[in-house]
Design a protein around this ligand. Structure first.
Ligand code: C2E
Ligand code: MG
Ligand code: MG
Length: 606
């Protein structure tokens, strides 16, 4: 088979439908249609010449022409014309046959086809329409009628395209159009031995804005973001210097707060990085909406072709994986895809699958770590910590599975189970030992955000018959700071039941003192990363000392985490720290062992 490229005149890249469809579909008036690519099929070269001249007079300039009917389908796949003017009577393959092939081809079936023929009898016309012709014109066609029919056909297609291929909110191409364009863009890049890049752009914490400020502001924000992105990808610095005009980045909205940018000319890693940096920089200025000043950032994943994938599915998936990595790296940055990310993400996927059934298979348990009074050395309570033992993989640390559970939403049932179990077990120990110890339970941010934390706590307390004053909920700073207003009201509701509230891992987030004051807290836990350095690291010592003083100033009990040595404990005692947890006293223990620990303490005291 001859290369379709040999059958037609070489095309300038600016004439590709890649650009034409977009222009066409923007419905910016009659002129927009003139960028459309029109395919002319006739076995008579002179007929083609005449029609081309007519259409040129009408303002059209992008043509794909062939006199070889056997090449039509291959050419259409390659050039993706916006419409076809098709002769009926041709040798080897007739127009009807071609029409039938087009209508049964998933990729081409919706291309408008106008039949142009000298056989104008009713039977032929009917058959053409039956086979799916869009319109029918007799030869020789009157130039003005030809132009009119063409315009109507293209206008109808443009309208349909807008509905099918564009996002109604932002006016950007949607996922479907992006995939089509990527497919074509990759084919071309491959043919021209060019490199290209896919950037997956995801807004950070968009859901939070949507939830707090409402959908309308969320929508307006997305429109503003789309505008900013569009303005920032137009400059040619995001792409190589030698490409024809009009082949710049191609932006689409592919999910609620997800955008994809395809750079068909990213001939170096630097090109793609520059595009990513520009986008990130474009969000430095806040977005002002309805009296709010919103600071929006985004995380970007980049996949390069060739290298990170040769087909669109792989490229899109890998850009997505790289984007997740950018989120993990603290958001507001970009990451290039790497093989190891894939291994990690497969591992995570395996973990996720296993975690789904873990509760039902009773692989999850709670261990308890004592909380000790620094001055008296007495046990004050315990922290319930989740443990997962997989039958084949063995014990999997919370550091590995909790993040997966949080990302997938599995933390909701797991967290509910942990709370209910911790309360039930604690109540049973109260009954059997007559030593009413407190129990601390960790709350994950999806649980906190879900809005039903107060109901859950109330329910679990009722079912366990445990007095609320024995329950401490551990929350992290970042959880509170994500949405301080909402946090205050959730905390107040829980607090009103009599439950105590603790900030976990203090010092690792960004909470400000002024905010901390606004939350109805009881306890602050100094993160173990600071405890690790005392008494030798001067910075850690200063931080721990200041934190204890500050917390006491706010009327909070201070608990030090991760205390492993007597020196650490002595330092903490000297600074007035109230309680501690750590291997020095005991690692987290299975329920039976934990019970032994506190029962022994009771005996010792007697
Ligand atoms: P966390 O709440 O800050 O828990 C303290 C962690 O420090 C626990 O790790 C504990 O085993 C560990 N640890 C205690 N003493 C020492 C010590 O002396 N030295 C050192 N190096 N480590 C010590 P673990 O059990 O691996 O849990 C890690 C994190 O996973 C927890 O940090 C918590 O954020 C999360 N997590 C555990 N269980 C749950 C749960 O039931 N729900 C939720 N949402 N998160 C949980
Ligand atoms: Mg904790
Ligand atoms: Mg902690």
């Amino acid at each position: 088979m001859t290369d379709p490229k040999d059958v037609v005149q070489p095309l300038e890249d600016s004439q590709t439908p890649l650009v034409a469809i977009e222009e066409l579909s923007s419905l910016r008036g009659v002129n927009a249609f003139r960028d459309a690519t029109i395919m002319l099929v006739d076995d008579e070269p002179t007929t083609i010449d005449i029609i081309e001249m007519c259409l040129q007079d009408a303002g059209y300039s992008n043509f794909v022409k062939t006199t070889d009917p056997t090449q039509v389908i291959a050419l259409m796949r390659w050039e993706q014309p916006d419409m076809l003017l098709l002769d009926l009577n041709m040798p080897e393959v007739g127009g009807f046959e071609i029409l039938e092939q087009i209508r049964s081809d998933p990729e081409l079936q919706y291309t408008p086809v106008v039949i142009l023929t000298s056989s104008v009898d009713a039977e032929t016309k009917l058959k053409a329409l039956e086979l799916g012709a869009t319109d029918f014109l007799g030869k020789p066609a009157d130039p003005s009628e030809l132009a009119l029919r063409l315009r109507n056909t293209l206008a109808a297609k443009a309208y349909q395209d807008r509905l099918n291929y564009y996002d109604a909110l932002t006016g950007l191409p949607n996922r479907k159009l992006m995939m089509e364009r990527l497919r074509r863009g990759l084919k071309r890049a491959n043919h021209d031995a060019r490199d290209c890049a896919v950037l997956h752009i995801d807004l950070d914490r968009f859901k939070q804005i949507n939830d707090t400020l409402g959908r309308q502001i969320g929508d307006d924000l997305l429109k503003t973001v789309a505008d900013r992105l569009e303005r920032n990808i137009r400059p040619t610095d995001a792409i190589g210097g030698s490409q024809p005009q009009g082949n710049g980045g191609m932006l689409a909205r592919v999910g609620s707060d997800e955008f994809v940018l395809f750079l068909p000319w990213a001939d170096s890693v630097e090109n793609a990085s520059r595009a990513a940096r520009r986008i990130i920089a474009s969000f430095e200025k806040p977005i002002e909406l309805a009296g709010h000043e919103l600071f929006v950032t985004c995380s970007i994943g980049v996949a390069l072709c060739p290298g990170d994938g040769d087909d669109i599915e792989t490229l899109m998936r890998n850009a997505d994986i790289a984007m997740s990595e950018a989120k993990q790296q603290g958001r507001n940055n970009y990451q290039f895809y790497s093989e190891s990310m894939n291994v990690q993400s497969l591992e995570r996927l395996g973990l996720e699958t296993q975690l789904r059934g873990a509760l039902a298979r009773r692989e999850i348990t709670l261990h308890y770590q004592p909380k000790i009074d620094v001055r008296t050395g007495r046990i004050m309570g315990s922290e319930a910590l989740m443990r997962w033992r997989h039958p084949e993989m063995g014990p999997i640390s919370p550091g590995r599975f909790i993040p997966v559970a949080e990302e997938t939403g599995l933390i909701i049932p797991l967290g509910e189970w942990a709370l209910a179990t911790a309360l039930r077990q604690t109540r049973a120990w109260h009954d059997s030992s007559h030593r009413p110890l407190r129990v601390s339970v960790n709350v994950a941010s999806p649980q906190f955000r879900s809005g039903n934390l107060p109901d859950l706590v109330r329910n679990c307390l009722q079912r366990s018959f445990l007095d609320a004053k024995y329950l401490v909920l551990e929350l992290t700073e970042s959880m509170l700071m994500e949405n301080p207003e909402q946090a205050v009201s959730v905390l107040q509701e829980v607090k009103s039941m009599g439950v105590k509230l603790s900030v976990d891992d203090f010092g690792t987030g960004y909470s400000s003192l002024s905010y901390l004051k606004r939350f109805p807290l009881d306890e602050l836990k100094v993160d173990q990363s600071f405890v690790k350095g005392i008494p030798h690291d001067a910075d850690d010592c200063a931080i721990v000392t200041a934190t204890i003083a500050m917390a006491h100033g706010l009327g909070l009990t201070v608990v030090a985490e991760g205390v492993e040595t007597v020196e650490q404990l002595a330092f903490l005692a000297g600074r007035g720290c109230d309680e501690y947890q750590g291997y020095l006293f005991s690692a987290p223990k299975a329920p039976r062992d934990w019970r032994e620990i506190f029962e022994k303490e009771i005996e010792d005291a007697q």
